[in-house]
Design a protein around this ligand. Structure first.
Ligand code: PLP
Length: 395
């Protein structure tokens, strides 16, 4: 059925794609082995290094984020290797299941899905591994199913304090380009990301950033790999090409998205997300509803997960906002299905988009007869009016 006006895509990814990126992709697909492609490939690979904040290698796959999860594991590990993972939520659980299917032995530190990974627990686990049998520690930076952030630098410090040689692998699929991520400074060995969140692109590209230590581990790793093999990428990438057909038009878009992030300035991008995260949390508190993340140090500025009052269905509420206001909100996944909904405030986003989103949520709560206090959208508006806007447009 025809609906006038723009759909509000307020799930925590895929996020809204800016018109400038859509226009950049709206060009004829070119010969990916021809002379003109090399500059595009090189720009994308170099540009992604600046987003990961690394001088080390980045590879780009034509896949969703799940492919880059698999690539991180198959390139660095061998059958039966023990890996330490942390149950921050649905996505950490899926990565763990993937590791198991690959023939690894994931050991999963349990959690209540209400915070990021606890570095102290990781340190204690690693200290107990006297023979250094654990080959990798894998954490999710921004757990998109819960809205909790793991402090990656604290995990690095925990590994170092334990004097443990395990690789540190980080899923920053929904963190990268929305909240700070520092591959080199934080000592990450493999980072995993995807195109459809902070990078403001449609789904279809995924990324690994690779440390020298991970590269060395890949020389000895024996899990089978072909499509995901990093060493197949190396030679062609050095000249700006790929070993197979890349997602040409997504790469046109990626180069423009990277330009936009630098035009705004990464710090301004992070400050914008922080401001929208805080405004959203103030709205939720005014409604008298709970934020799923219970530790303020781990609040996500990418999304906010709201717990429904007992007896109210999150899915019925989301249907109300979709039917009445043409707005998609994120659903509760697996363990928290129908109990929570997620408000995405990431990527190509501004104050008025947030206000429309929160107004839609508040109207939806009323229409769906969800018990709440009025005034959440007003509280967010007051916060946005009174807090300083981050400096934008540096160049
Ligand atoms: N990890 C996180 C944190 C995610 O948010 C997602 C998807 O939303 C994934 C992994 C899986 O990525 P994809 O669905 O692109 O395969």
């Amino acid at each position: 059925m025809y609906k006038s006006g723009r759909h509000f895509l307020q799930i925590p990814g895929p996020s809204n794609v800016p018109d400038r990126v859509l226009r950049a992709m709206d060009f004829p697909t070119m010969d990916h082995r021809g002379p003109d492609f090399a500059d595009i490939g090189k720009k994308a690979l170099e540009g992604m290094k600046s987003i990961f904040k690394t001088e080390q290698d980045v590879v780009i796959f034509p896949s969703s984020g799940t492919g880059a999860w698999e690539a991180a594991l198959v390139n660095t590990l061998s059958a039966g290797d023990r890996v330490l993972m942390y149950e921050t939520g649905h996505f950490a659980t899926l990565w763990q299941a993937l590791a198991k299917r690959l023939g690894l032995q994931p050991e999963f530190i349990p959690s209540d899905w209400r915070s990021g990974a606890d570095p102290e627990k990781i340190e204690a686990y690693l200290r107990a591994d006297k023979n250094h049998e654990i080959k990798a520690v894998c954490v999710v930076h921004n757990e998109t199913s819960t809205g909790s952030v793991t402090q990656v630098k604290e995990v690095r410090d925990a590994i170092d304090s334990a004097g443990h040689p395990a690789l540190l692998m980080v899923d920053s699929i929904s963190g990268l380009a929305s909240i700070d991520f520092q591959f080199d400074a934080w000592g990450v060995d493999v980072a995993v990301s995807g195109s459809q969140k902070g990078l403001m692109l449609p789904p279809g590209l995924s990324f690994n950033a690779i440390s020298a230590k991970a590269r060395a581990a890949s020389a000895k790793a024996t899990l089978p790999k072909s499509y995901w093999a990093w060493d197949e990428m190396k030679g062609p990438n050095e000249k700006g090409y790929f070993p197979y057909t890349p997602a040409t038009n997504l790469l046109y878009g990626l180069n423009v998205a990277i330009d936009m992030l630098h035009e705004e300035g990464l710090d301004a991008v992070f400050a914008r997300h922080a401001r929208h995260g805080e405004a959203t949390r103030q709205a939720v508190r005014t409604w008298g509803l709970d934020i799923l993340c219970s530790d303020p140090r781990h609040y996500s500025n990418v999304l906010t997960t709201v717990v429904m009052p007992t007896g109210s269905s999150a899915d019925a509420f989301r249907k109300t906002t979709l039917d009445n206001f043409d707005m998609s909100l994120g659903s509760g996944l697996s363990k928290v299905s129908d109990r929570v909904f997620r408000i995405g405030h990431l990527g190509h986003f501004n104050d008025l988009m947030l206000m429309a989103t929160l107004s839609g949520v508040e109207m939806g709560l009323k229409l769906a007869s969800v018990p709440h206090n009025r005034g959440g959208a007003q509280a967010a508006m007051d916060y946005l009016t009174n807090s300083e806007r981050p400096t934008e447009a540096i160049a």
